[in-house]
Write a protein that binds this ligand. Structure first.
Ligand SMILES: [Fe+2]
Length: 207
């Protein structure tokens, strides 16, 4: 066959010509782990951990993007500080995304990566495309953090049970601690205190 012959010759010739438009079947399917990396963690453990880490990854990527959406679309008298804060938190979530994804890979798995796959996997509700008021932006971010914090604690405990101390450490030291701190910074903006003149009202719940 002439086509086949051309291909065989092409493969043998040394040339500076880049090979464009190539395609081939995947070398590893999503949801599998490669055999026996020398980590002293059995395949079922690595399968379970990579599946749970991918869930955490999809949710973290969604929160990351929610921060960028908020960074761009925020408005009002606190625009400047929120614009900066949202981008700081976005960058911290970017770091987490990379750490979680690379943990999946080093366990022999495949990390979820592309937006349509993330959208199908995340448990964080989809926001509207349009702009929302600041209190709604803040609430939406806090709700997303809450989902991640709940899942992170569950995953950390399970990792510990299964002897995957590296995953436990990543989830507690990086994911959980970062999310807890960000929750503090965001929630303090939802305290309804006067900006200019203190009002002499009693504290809520005081006799
Ligand atoms: Fe920006």
């Amino acid at each position: 066959m002439p086509g086949k012959r051309t291909h065989a010759i092409h493969a043998e010739v040394i040339t500076a010509q880049p090979r464009f438009h190539q395609s081939a079947p995947e070398v590893q399917a999503y949801g599998t782990v490669t055999l026996l990396p020398p980590l002293e963690l059995e395949e079922p453990v690595r399968l379970e951990m990579t599946a749970q880490l991918n869930q955490l990854l999809a949710d973290t990527m969604t929160l990351r993007d929610l921060y960028k959406k908020s960074h761009w679309q925020t408005s009002g008298p606190t625009f400047y500080q929120l614009h900066l804060l949202f981008d700081k938190h976005y960058n911290e979530q970017v770091e987490l995304v990379d750490s979680i994804a690379e943990r999946v890979q080093l366990l022999g798995g495949i990390s979820i990566a592309m937006a349509p796959d993330v959208a199908e996997t995340t448990t964080i509700p989809r926001p509207p495309r349009g702009r929302e008021a600041v209190p709604v932006q803040l609430s939406r971010l806090l709700d997303a953090h809450q989902i991640i914090i709940r899942d992170a604690r569950k995953l950390a405990r399970r990792a510990s049970e299964l002897g995957d101390d590296g995953t436990n450490d990543l989830v507690v030291s990086q994911v959980l601690r970062t999310n807890e701190l960000q929750v503090w910074f965001v929630s303090e903006h939802l305290v309804n205190l006067p900006l200019v003149e203190a009002t002499p009202s009693r504290m809520e719940g005081a006799a």
